[in-house]
Design a protein around this ligand. Structure first.
Ligand code: CP
Ligand code: NVA
Length: 301
């Protein structure tokens, strides 16, 4: 019987066992980095991006090559997709030529449609709804440094309605940690998502109480890609929802501070707190490479 094609479209669709399987593969691939790997020999993968990227693009390009594959970067503006060719037609063409796709775009539905119409392994490299590769990496990094995240308290500070916190929300019940989201009312996640995710999740406007006793403090940009027109309003409304020394003092003494990057000092995190935690933050950035190789390995298993 033919194996069904696997995709990584969001944390929402992953089981706990699948997440643990990805972490296991990531950790082996990390320790074996530098040794020849033939997993993708003879394969060509495409990165199709409609938004900017440093980490995701570079880590996937390097990772696919390290697994023995070829990779092409397609800016959506440079292909007919940018002139209005439907995603389902793009998917049907590429599905006949390449072996896997990594997509960064706006609508989650576009990634879902690409997966369905291409019938090749498809990875969500960030949409407006989720950023699964990032959150898998964040949890992998936490566990490398502190052991199991089960039973721990993770506090997200800032725009709690965007893709990164939403992926954290879907991870909480699956991995058994408590998630607190500290954000102004208009930047709290859709209650329907919280209900769908289950688990121990608390939304609050009270940042000081949210960080109290946390094991991990986490933040993301106030102005996500696509929200640039709201910049002035967001800076005004999110002011104060910043990770800085005052709040770090309230967390557990061994709490980690993480940031998915890019960071805007003086907004979601202070310069001092960012630099004090740079080791963790850049270990987290490096782990994108290892975890995404783990994701590809799991997709092909
Ligand atoms: N964190 C992250 O996804 O970074 P890039 O936007 O640079 O890919
Ligand atoms: N929420 C951010 C994440 C960047 C990696 C954005 O969507 O721009």
């Amino acid at each position: 019987m033919r194996k069904s094609v696997k995709h990584l479209l969001g944390i929402e669709q992953l089981t706990t066992t699948e997440i643990e399987n990805i972490f296991h593969r990531a950790s082996i691939l990390k320790s074996e980095r530098g040794q020849p790997n033939t997993l993708l020999t003879g394969q060509t993968w495409a990165l199709i991006f409609s938004k900017s990227s440093t980490r995701t693009r570079v880590s996937f390009e390097v990772g696919i090559r390290e697994l023995g594959g070829s990779v092409m970067f397609l800016n959506s503006q440079d292909i007919q997709l940018g002139r209005g060719e439907p995603i389902k037609d793009t998917a049907r063409v590429l599905g006949r030529m390449i072996h896997g796709a990594v997509i960064r775009t706006f609508a989650q539905q576009d990634v879902v449609d690409f997966a369905n119409f291409s019938a090749i392994p498809t990875i969500n490299a960030l949409t407006d709804d989720e950023h699964p590769c990032q959150i898998l990496t964040d949890i992998f990094t936490y566990q490398e440094k502190r052991g199991s995240i089960r039973g721990k308290v993770v506090t997200f500070v800032g725009d709690a309605a965007c893709n990164v916190p939403v992926s954290w929300i879907y991870a909480a019940a699956k991995l058994g940690f408590e998630l607190r989201l500290a954000a102004p009312k208009n930047y709290q996640p859709d209650p329907a998502i919280i209900k769908r995710a289950g688990g121990k999740i608390h939304c609050t406007e009270d940042l000081a109480s949210a960080v109290q006793g946390s094991d991990l403090l986490y933040t993301d940009v106030w102005i996500s890609m696509g929200k640039e027109a709201e910049s002035a309003q967001r800076i005004k409304e999110l002011a104060g929802y910043q990770i800085n020394e005052t709040y770090i003092q309230l967390a557990k003494p061994d709490a980690l501070v993480m940031h998915c990057l890019p960071a805007y000092r003086g907004k979601e995190i202070s310069e001092e707190s960012f630099e004090a935690n740079a080791q963790t933050i850049f270990d987290q950035a490096e782990n994108r490479l290892h975890v995404q190789k783990g994701i590809i390995s799991w997709l092909l298993s």
